[in-house]
Design a protein around this ligand. Structure first.
Ligand SMILES: O=c1ccn([C@H]2C[C@H](O)[C@@H](CO)O2)c(=O)[nH]1
Ligand SMILES: [Zn+2]
Length: 136
């Protein structure tokens, strides 16, 4: 069987994340972040962190990426990459792992600091949409 990670152009995804990082608004942390994801219809959506003078309401790059996903037609995330200001892979924070789970689920592949991993390893035993279904 073909390895799903092998069909993804990870270099292109990382490049899109780096470009998105250059649009970050991070005057408070001075820690720009860019994110990019491949959608199941082949398009690529991106996001950057957008901070706020009220520090706690700043948005992670993943948040604006999810907004871009839905603003451009929705779909399921297939592959995800996130980079810091040096262009190096960055792990999504806990809240963003939950966001990614919602829109990509178990099969979403993530470019982590220790290789490409499925979301089941990035967010083990996740709570998700299925947990809201009625149980017998
Ligand atoms: O996965 C992450 C982790 C951090 N940040 C942002 C939030 C904040 O603006 C800055 C420093 O935490 O980095 C992201 O955008 N995504
Ligand atoms: Zn986050």
């Amino acid at each position: 069987m073909t390895d799903p990670a092998a069909t993804v152009d990870w270099d292109a995804l990382r490049a899109a994340a780096r470009e998105a990082m250059s649009t970050a608004y991070a005057p408070y942390s001075r820690f720009p972040v860019g994110a990019a994801a491949l959608v199941d219809d082949g398009r690529v959506v991106v996001g950057c962190n957008v901070e706020n003078a009220s520090y706690g309401v700043g948005l992670c790059a993943e948040c604006s990426l999810i907004g871009a996903l839905h603003g451009s037609g929705g779909g399921r995330l297939v592959a995800f990459a996130c980079v810091d200001g040096h262009g190096n892979a960055l792990m999504p924070c806990g809240r963003c792992r939950q966001l990614l789970w919602e829109h990509g689920g178990a099969a979403l592949l993530v470019d982590t600091v220790s290789g490409i991993k499925p979301m089941t390893e990035v967010l083990p035993d996740a709570f998700g949409p299925d947990d809201l279904l009625e149980r017998a």
